[in-house]
Design a protein around this ligand. Structure first.
Ligand SMILES: [Mg+2]
Length: 119
């Protein structure tokens, strides 16, 4: 991928879209969190009845385009929530990865999918 995301550019479009429609009144953190969950479920729905192998076939343009749209929806809500909460997602993600590295040390977690509480 190697892409640099211009968060401010995307967030401006998100906010312009909401402002033009006077929709901010509906965008409580609760409502946005629920919308994010719905969009995540829409992503899951794409893969619900297909095999793991089919899900990993990124040459299937129909499935890929559906997933692309849902990932965009998820990203939009994620940015909107983080913005409303004044959370820097890059810092938050890097800090969470620091925590995950402590929870899942390589010597205990390499090659297995056990939850940290099962070590
Ligand atoms: Mg959607």
């Amino acid at each position: 991928m190697g892409q640099v995301i211009d968060v401010e550019k995307v967030l401006k479009r998100i906010n312009d879209f909401s402002n033009e429609r006077d929709w901010n009144q509906f965008h409580s953190i609760k409502n946005l969190s629920m919308a994010l969950s719905v969009e995540s479920s829409e992503l899951v729905e794409i893969y619900q009845w297909i095999s793991e192998d089919e899900s990993n076939d990124i040459s299937n343009e129909i499935i890929k385009n559906k997933a692309r749209e849902e990932l965009a929806d998820i990203f939009i809500y994620l940015l909107k929530i983080a913005s409303k909460m004044d959370i820097d997602l890059e810092t938050a993600a890097l800090e969470k990865l620091d925590l995950n590295e402590v929870k899942y040390p390589v010597d205990k977690s390499k090659g297995n999918s056990k939850k940290y509480s099962e070590f």
